[in-house]
Design a protein around this ligand. Sequence first.
Ligand code: ATP
Ligand code: MG
Length: 261
Amino acid sequence: MADVESPAAPHSTPVPGASSMAGSQAPPGVPLLAVSGLQSWYGESHILHGVDFEVRRGEVVTLLGRNGVGKTTTLKSVMGMVGKRRGSVRFEGGETIELSSDRIARLGIAICPEERGIFASLTVLENLLLPPIVREGGFSLERIYALFPNLQERQASQGTKLSGGEQQMLAIGRILRTGATLLLLDEPTEGLAPVIVQQIGGTIRKLKEEGLTILLVEQNLRFAQTVADRHYVMENGRVIDMIPNAELDANMEKVHEYLGV
Ligand SMILES: Nc1ncnc2c1ncn2[C@@H]1O[C@H](COP(=O)(O)OP(=O)(O)OP(=O)(O)O)[C@@H](O)[C@H]1O
Ligand SMILES: [Mg+2]
């Protein structure tokens, strides 16, 4: 059970009564998330071969890349949800590579998986109340409903009765309640109608305004462009390029080549 920590790791000495504002424990100038030389395995399969990137507080950053390059695995690896990981994943300056996924969640990182993970037999409200609150500063139900009015209207509906868009909103709303300050979103727009995609975009921009930090896996480049500050491109289990959003248009030819579109 012993978490491997040293006095140098800020997480080993939580400050009593520390403010619960998003990212407030990160020392100034330190990226909220700094990943370097990250390698991951599922069993014997070596998937990530040294992934490097960082996400600064308040940023929306995407991971782009063709199918199977390791985008989902990168999110899972940040969360500690792979068989084995090596390298460095620092959150708020503290090393997490030796921590369990449960412990990582309690630092304030939450993942919204591609399959969304809505419990079909539970109502919207029950789904919302399911994940444990890990930190102060999580969204109240009122705040979640203000962000997603549809969810309030449907709070007594079963998970199965929701549209794809509503399921995605529920999956995002659910992790906001936990108090996480870094959200890992895996293809939140996948399979959704354009009008819902726009709504998700609006939500991501609003969450950014509220101080949350978001690492987003996206296939929809045009959508990514409307929400992100920077884009990392992955290939074969590595990050091979970083493009600021403002320079995306000028680099479109290169990006299309990376993505094979
Ligand atoms: N549980 C697993 N066990 C073994 N191999 C896996 C597992 N999950 C994924 N992989 C393999 O790891 C590689 C990276 O997969 P990953 O899901 O991270 O890619 P991705 O970039 O998210 O792709 P996509 O765009 O299709 O979602 C793929 O070759 C995949 O087959
Ligand atoms: Mg994926």
